[in-house]
Design a binder for this molecule. Structure first.
Ligand code: NAP
Length: 460
């Protein structure tokens, strides 16, 4: 029997394991989801919304278990209290717009005709979730998909193997029928076999570009709708902003969650007039971190989720240094760096785009800072990437930001903020960051399909 394992970054030991579900059992689970879907969709929207929110509330009651469990699985320090803020904000917001987002678009309502476009659930939605924000990334799709009348099968990351199980337990205890929301422990082959057999009506995959490619390949020829939310290499550009605010937000965006955020800031371009001061303040900011065991309430920077992820960061940093980059954080400040999952944060200068560190996703607490002379140079550098999730512009001049924003190849333009998913806006990417979009009204549209009604009320 194949086991799916979470090796904890805290101590390198197996923290949790579950047997991978055999294909035949997985097929049956999907069949149950399909059988349950019509009855679920027939329930009034209001009832579905209430049940989903009850599941969210039930999960909140589990906070004392969720927070240390997250620390053990992926290293998030317990002082941050899990992901409840964003998890609740997103769930409540999508609940508040569900009726509007799903209401039919009425084109004509007259004595002779009724013409409207209704939104129908897809059927069975498959959610494949990553470990980095395991609750928030899953709820982005799970909540609106269920509210819209789909049933949901969740396959969570091996690193956060307990998250899907816990979410489903909370929802079922709150009254969501068992076949309506299921968590399956699936290995890659079984996942691909299910997708290739057209088991699902829509798939939302959040994860790496390579993972997204595998899912797209598995789905080839099945015509299954796909939402792909993939990696990023998000830039910040500091022009004429309040320096302290820019440093605070951009450094937090670069390093929070040990830099393991899809929209984390990975490269920063600073106008030459502010460059020296920005670098100096950034180094001071990052030096304040306390790296250590995430179960210790004093720890502000936990280990990376896996020593394999830390090795990627170490390799990219070493490669950049070998090509001329300069590391500004003194390793002596972080004696807890063990060469494995516990990794000191780093700020690199004298970087350029010939370095992998400035082109490929680092996904760790390390950021490169480059001096620029003009908006045109900054725009060219920001767009010089195969990714496009967010870009964070720092200026007091909203017109200037709007002008630059129009030129950027990105899913979201931020001005004077970063690293935040606004549930009222569509979370989406361009280039290899993926396609589709979640949250907002458009997220509901992506989890449903249009159905047109053209009803002639008179026979003559
Ligand atoms: P990952 O390795 O691609 O895994 C994501 C999920 O897909 C996991 O559940 C994983 O299962 C599964 N998976 C990966 N390859 C698969 C395959 N060939 N067949 C079936 N399932 C497969 O990504 P990750 O390391 O968990 O997450 C980090 C990445 O996600 C980063 O690139 C980050 O930027 C991206 N991300 C993007 C967003 C966004 O909104 N755009 C949000 C969060 C994260 P296993 O764990 O069992 O392999």
């Amino acid at each position: 029997m194949t086991m799916i394992r979470c090796v904890s970054p805290v101590d390198g030991e197996v923290y949790a394991e579950r047997p991978a579900m055999p294909l035949e059992m997985a097929r049956q689970a999907v069949a149950h989801a399909r059988l349950a879907q019509k009855a679920w969709a027939r329930r009034p929207l209001d009832e579905r919304v209430k049940l989903v929110l009850a599941g969210v509330a039930r999960l909140n009651e589990m906070v004392d278990e969720v927070v240390p469990e997250l620390a053990w699985q992926m290293g998030r320090p317990v002082r941050y209290g899990g992901e409840f803020k964003g998890f609740n904000e997103r769930s409540n917001y999508v609940a508040s717009i569900a009726a509007d987002a799903l209401k039919p678009l009425v084109v004509e309502e007259s004595d002779r005709f009724e013409r409207r476009i209704a939104r129908e659930p897809h059927g069975v939605v498959f959610v494949i979730a990553p470990w980095n924000y395991p609750y928030m990334t899953a709820i982005n799709t799970v909540a609106p998909a269920l509210m819209a009348g789909n049933t949901v099968i969740l396959k969570h990351a091996s690193q956060t193997i307990l998250v899907g199980e816990r979410m489903v337990r909370a929802f079922i205890e709150a009254g969501v029928p068992a076949d309506v929301f299921q968590n399956l422990f699936l290995d890659h082959d079984t996942t691909a076999a299910l997708i290739a057999a057209k088991s699902f009506d829509f798939i939302n995959f959040t994860g790496s570009v390579e993972g997204g490619r595998s899912i797209e390949r598995a789905a080839a020829g099945t015509f299954t709708g796909l939402g792909l939310e993939l990696g990023g290499k998000d830039p910040g550009y500091v022009m004429d902003a309040d320096l302290d605010a820019a440093v605070d937000t951009l450094m937090d965006g670069a390093t929070y969650n040990s830099g393991q955020c899809c929209c984390g800031i990975e490269r920063i371009y600073v106008h030459e007039s502010l460059y020296d001061a920005f670098v100096e303040k950034s180094v001071a900011w990052v030096s304040n971190y306390k790296l250590g065991n995430p179960l210790d309430p004093e720890t502000t920077l936990g280990p990376m989720a896996n020593k394999r992820f830390a090795a990627t960061v170490r390799n990219q940093v070493a490669d950049a240094i070998s090509k001329g980059a300069k590391a500004l954080i003194d390793p002596k400040l972080f004696p807890q760096d063990d060469g494995g999952a516990y990794l000191a944060p780093q700020v690199l200068v004298d970087v350029d785009h010939s370095m992998e560190f400035m082109r490929e996703e680092t996904f760790g607490p390390a950021v490169g800072i480059m001096k620029v002379k003009s908006d045109a140079e900054a725009i060219e550098l920001m767009n010089d990437s195969r990714y496009g999730l967010t870009a964070s512009l720092w200026t007091k001049d909203a017109e200037r930001a709007a002008r630059i924003g129009r030129e950027l190849e990105t899913g979201t333009v931020f001005m004077n903020r970063a690293d935040y998913l606004d549930p009222a806006l569509c979370w989406t990417g361009v280039k290899e960051t993926g396609r589709g979009g979640s949250l907002s009204v458009l997220g509901f549209h992506n989890l449903t399909r249009p159905k047109s009604y053209h009803l002639k009320k008179v026979t003559a």
